[in-house]
Structure formats: structure tokens, C-alpha cells
Design a protein around this ligand. Structure first.
Ligand SMILES: Nc1ncnc2c1ncn2[C@@H]1O[C@H](COP(=O)(O)OP(=O)(O)O)[C@@H](O)[C@H]1O
Ligand SMILES: [Mg+2]
Length: 244
């Protein structure tokens, strides 16, 4: 791929910066930052080296999804922090897949932390920083035309397919995939997984100790934040390198 020259900045988000690529407009570069936010950006900080780890981890995960039939925006890892991806029109809906209860659902619905969801529970949130990403239902998605009925069916199917693949993958490295958030985008008339997969957007519990190895360590000031991100990445990398 020879279309990876960095163009002008498109937008700076909370965790990544998007750049145009030259000369092609159908690709963009996501550059992963160390910045971390939580609680609708009320808590702000940095996790040392997070951008490097999340770029590398997202690369491994996107490749794994692609190889197993889930289309993603991933094209190529360009450098420590930069990933070349297909430019998409983002569906303004964050999809959360939950295998066990933790975080907002425990207080919102009074569900005991750790409760198993079998089958997994799929929730939708409207992607709006200004509104604090409110919980929505399928009715809102269809009414406000954030996605069509067939798109919503495809989003649901791909979310559960992703969950099956990643639950199995993390099982192999002694980690429980508790929940995660996905974003989807449209390109050439189809839907693909976009954004990232990392401990920023998932809950990962060590099977051995039950400890969180994800952004909850930052949210709750549990310490060893970067070490935990690094630990997850190292286990994944070891798993993939031993498999080939
Ligand atoms: N392939 C893509 N094409 C266009 N936009 C994307 C793509 N992948 C992710 N995005 C968007 O880029 C932004 C990524 O930066 P991030 O720091 O996560 O932003 P945010 O503060 O909105 O969470 C998100 O708004 C995400 O929806
Ligand atoms: Mg984001």
C-alpha cells in the first residue's frame, strides 16, 4: 500500500487524531494518543505508552476478526502510533456487548456486578459527547434514521460474531471478556467494524486473579494501568506468535 502519506488533520478526538492520507481520500490515518478520559471526559489523564499499545492491540484484533469473517476498517499498521484504515461514515451509535454485568448497567438497572449474561446482552448508546452518550433503543435508531432496519440487523449480527470470536480468543490467554464497545461505519454500501479494540473500550478480567486489566484501573485509580494494558498485549502477541 503506497497511499500512506499523512495529510492534514481531520479531527482530534479524546483518544485518537484522524488525518487525511495523500493522494487518496478513501483512506485515513488514526493516530493513537496516550490521553485517557473517563466519566464523559470529567476525568482526564494520560496512560504512558497507551497509544502504542492500543494501536498494536487493535491491529492484532482487527486482523483476527478479518481472518474470521468480520469485516473491519483495518488496512495496515504504519508505525508505533499510526494505523491506516478505510475512511467510513460512522454510524452514530455505540454498540456495547455484555457477557457479565459491570459498570453503568449495575447502577442503572440494579444488577449485581459479575452477573452472567447468557446469551450476551447488546445495548446501544447514541454517540454524542454533548449528551453524555445516552442509552437508546432500536426504536430511536430507526426513528432518527441513524441506521436502517437491515443495517441494524447487520450491526447486531456482526457485534455478536465479534463477541464469539473475541471471547474465545481471550479465553485462550486466561482473560474473561466481560464487555466491549464497537463502532460501525459505512463504506461502499456495506457496514464494517471501525474505531479500535483495546482495554480503553473493553473490560478484561484476569481469570486467575479476577483483577481488571483495562481502563477501569484508570477510572478507579487502581494503579498499574500501563502495566495491565501491556500485559494484555503481551499475552495476545505470544498467543498469535505461537500459533503460526
Ligand atoms: N474508519 C473511520 N473513518 C472515519 N471516522 C472514524 C473511523 N474510525 C473511527 N472513526 C471516528 O474517529 C474518532 C476516533 O477518535 P476518538 O479519539 O476515539 O474520538 P472520540 O473522542 O469521538 O471517542 C471517533 O469519533 C470515531 O467515531
Ligand atoms: Mg473514541
Amino acid at each position: 500500500m503506497k497511499v500512506n502519506e499523512k495529510g492534514s488533520q481531520i479531527r482530534e478526538g479524546k483518544a485518537k487524531i484522524l488525518f487525511e492520507t495523500l493522494p487518496h481520500s478513501s483512506f485515513i490515518i488514526q493516530s493513537f494518543k496516550d490521553d485517557a478520559t473517563a466519566f464523559n471526559a470529567k476525568k482526564k489523564g494520560q496512560i504512558r505508552n497507551k497509544g502504542v499499545i492500543n494501536n498494536a492491540m487493535s491491529t492484532l484484533i482487527f486482523k483476527h476478526l478479518e481472518q474470521n469473517g468480520v469485516p473491519t476498517h483495518f488496512v495496515e499498521k504504519l508505525s508505533d502510533r499510526d494505523m491506516l484504515v478505510h475512511r467510513v461514515q460512522i454510524v452514530p451509535v455505540e454498540v456495547v456487548v455484555r457477557n457479565r454485568a459491570t459498570g453503568s448497567i449495575t447502577t442503572r438497572l440494579g444488577i449485581q456486578r459479575g452477573t452472567v449474561f447468557e446469551p450476551p446482552l447488546v445495548e446501544y448508546f447514541y454517540k454524542s459527547d454533548a449528551l453524555g452518550d445516552p442509552l437508546i433503543g432500536e426504536g430511536h435508531i430507526l426513528y432518527f434514521q441513524w441506521a436502517s432496519e437491515s443495517e441494524l440487523r447487520e450491526i447486531f449480527r456482526l457485534s455478536l460474531a465479534t463477541n464469539r470470536l473475541l471471547k474465545e480468543l481471550f479465553n485462550r490467554i486466561e482473560i474473561d471478556l466481560i464487555d466491549f464497545k464497537l463502532e460501525f461505519g459505512r463504506t461502499e454500501g456495506r457496514l464494517i467494524v471501525a474505531d479500535e479494540f483495546s482495554p480503553d473500550v473493553s473490560r478484561l478480567w484476569s481469570k486467575k486473579t479476577g483483577e481488571s486489566l483495562d481502563k477501569d484501573r484508570f477510572r478507579q485509580d487502581l494503579g498499574r494501568v500501563e502495566e495491565s494494558y501491556e500485559e494484555v498485549f503481551q499475552r495476545l502477541e505470544r498467543f498469535f506468535s505461537e500459533r503460526v
